[in-house]
Design a protein around this ligand. Sequence first.
Ligand code: 5RP
Length: 237
Amino acid sequence: MDSQTQMKQIVADAAIKEVKSDMILGLGSGSTAALMIKSLAGEIRSGKLQNIKGVATSFQSEVLALELNIPLIDLSSTSQIDLAIDGADEIDPGFQLIKGGGACHVREKLVASKADQLLIVVDETKLVKNLNKSFPLPVEVLPNAWKQVQDVISEMNGKSILRMATKKAGPVVTDQGNLILDVLFNDGIENPKDLEMSINNIPGVLENGLFVDLTDKVLVGRIDNDIPIVYSPSKAS
Ligand code: 5RP
């Protein structure tokens, strides 16, 4: 196992210690969340966790949960989620996030917004001082609006590219049937809250990957003297 996977594994296992029987649980997307879902399935199989109901944030997490016999309920059939556990692409010291590296941020944000608690699990490569200096901000757009949205974003000093698929000709198509623009702003993102709203106000935009003031707790995996460890940083004010 490479060192990044070791960090992801230890943090995924640590996250499951926060889960209690009878919870309704938001199941995040991406490789770290997938490890967490596998670890959750182990605890359910062994009987340590009982009566768990998962709410999937993507087709990926839905398929994985079904394969592992984790009971699922639909997002629209519950008014409340106890805890959502998800990964992130970048996290700043104030716990603001960029998500959507897996193009799942629309449902991830819906689940995170409905959850009483949002727990973010990352390896330490995801910690940054300022958002969007290197990782582009994913923006989900209606298919026939992508060029128009791209032009508006460029007037906001954002350079965007249409995300292209691998093993399929053409663009990535999201679980909702839309496209993704990946955007880098000239000076990174200084005010995530304002930018999140400004981008979502552009006609044709469904949702962007800025998760502002949603995160309650972060678990970080790191390798210390060849040993994977987990810590929980405090949020900077
Ligand atoms: C998917 C996401 C993921 O949580 C994010 O991309 C992190 O993924 P990984 O754990 O594979 O690094 O937001 O849309």
